[in-house]
Design a protein around this ligand. Structure first.
Ligand code: FGO
Length: 419
């Protein structure tokens, strides 16, 4: 697999191949000697994202010997991270920096816990304005877009060739392709996790929006239609719900054809695939690709920590948002390079030359959409909407029933009737 060679070399460089533990040990030793330690709490459990982040910290710390060091600390997954940050508000042991989704920022701002980043970011003018605007609240900047992903279409090139099927460009074409191959193979080839992320792809591309005049609506006609499409896909035998683990962790358990998943899964997919893995922009309309959900996080700086730590944090933000760091980080992981100049860096140019597929991630970032950046959204997307999607896909309720129930719960939550 020639395509994978640069990526695998980068992964090795990022320390993944042999020595993930080692990067952590190096950082530990670096920080033992440093006069100031700025912690960065994150939600990467492992893999290329964690290795690439730790590698950046090692490099930063080397440049800052005698001045200060950054120590990334994994808190589990993303939701564990926000839970631990909320606990740290109460305990008063916040780190200098953390990863945060846009809705997490909105929540932390209710506690007035964040430092604005205005005037502190050296490369702000080079950063993708689409991601930057998403972290502006009341005209102030509260996050540095760092590991931002976008959904893309992953597919099994071998399977498409076997059936003489082209990579689909439209929603209808996508469903037709999945149906055709599934019928021939005798099992569903579009694999999806029945969660808010996958659902968002179908929802956005069927014209759905969650905010209607400032009101959160999860049971709109477009929402019902999107969920019905998935439910029908399961009934008709072209869509397979993956209820445990990531899709890449399920390869081998059937015939995989397509998925609509985070670009940050790229390194995981590549490593797990025993077939020729393809990626493409999402099926949309005849005119343009489909819209993909933006996920991944921003880096934030907490207000209530030592100013010396904050100073190190700002230096780190500048380091990781530079074009070279972004080129390395994006090439190793599949996250979107948020510094627009990263594509001119030799490391990303080389990566693109050997793996032209990576251009897909850059192109797809022009067709992307966010979920609402309201403080309650994390709870809504997992505990209310996510539950409704799973229930409908597993046949425990119709899409309309599930979403109507979810709407009532959303209203109760937002009006303070439930917590
Ligand atoms: C994940 C989660 C949120 C919110 C979206 C929110 C909280 C979704 C989705 C729920 O950085 P992204 O693009 O991708 C992750 C990256 C690092 O872990 O690699 C992906 N990964 C990891 C292991 C693997 O085997 N395969 C693989 O693809 C991983 O998904 O973030 C996408 C998945 C989820 O975590 O189940 O973002 N998400 N909005 N989480 N807490 N809050 O508002």
């Amino acid at each position: 697999m020639k395509k994978a060679t640069v990526l695998l070399a980068l992964l090795a460089l990022a320390g993944l191949a042999s020595a993930q533990q080692k990067a952590e040990d190096v950082i530990k030793a670096q920080c033992e000697k440093a006069p100031v330690v700025a912690e960065l709490w994150h939600g990467f459990r492992g893999g290329a994202p964690r290795a690439a982040l730790e590698n950046l910290a090692v490099e930063f710390n080397k440049m800052n010997v005698g001045k200060g060091c950054v120590r990334p600390i994994s808190q589990g997954g993303y939701r564990d991270l926000s839970t631990k940050i909320k606990a740290a508000f109460a305990a008063g042991n916040l780190p200098a920096m953390a990863q945060a989704f846009e809705n997490n920022i909105a929540l932390y701002l209710e506690a007035d816990a964040l430092l604005p980043l205005d005037g502190r970011l050296e490369y702000l003018g080079d950063l993708n304005p689409f991601f930057v605007n998403a972290v502006k609240f009341n005209g102030k900047l509260y996050g540095l877009p760092f590991n931002k992903s976008v959904q893309v279409l992953y597919f099994n090139r071998d399977l498409l060739s076997k059936h003489g099927v082209d990579v689909p460009g439209t929603l209808d074409g996508f469903i037709a392709a999945a149906k055709k191959i599934s019928e021939a193979e005798g099992e569903p080839v579009y694999w999806f996790r029945p969660d808010t992320s996958t659902y968002a792809y179908w929802f956005f591309n069927m014209g759905g929006t969650y905010l209607h005049d400032g009101k959160v609506v999860v049971n709109s006609p477009e929402g019902v239609k999107a969920l019905e499409t998935l439910v029908q896909g399961v009934k008709d035998g072209w869509a397979k719900p993956i209820t445990s683990g990531y899709i890449n962790q399920n390869f081998g358990k059937g015939v995989y054809g397509f998925s609509t998943d985070s670009s940050a899964g790229y390194s995981y997919y590549l490593r797990a695939a025993k077939f020729d893995l393809g990626i493409a922009t999402l099926p949309g309309t005849a005119e343009h690709p489909g819209y993909g959900l933006v996920q991944g996080t921003n880096l934030i700086v907490f207000k209530d920590v030592d100013v010396k730590q904050q100073a190190v944090a700002f230096q780190f933000l500048n380091f990781v948002s530079g074009s070279k760091a972004q080129a390395l980080f994006a090439a190793a992981t599949g996250y979107v390079p948020i510094n627009l100049k990263a594509v001119d860096e030799p490391v990303l140019q080389d990566h693109l030359m050997e793996n032209p597929d990576f251009q897909v991630v850059i192109d797809q970032a022009n067709y992307a959409a966010f979920e609402p950046a309201i403080p309650e959204w994390e709870q809504i997307r997992f505990d209310i909407l996510g539950q409704a999607i799973t229930e409908a896909v597993l046949g425990k309720a119709t899409p309309k029933e599930a979403l109507d129930k979810a709407q009532k719960q959303v209203e109760d939550l937002l009006s303070g009737k439930i917590r």
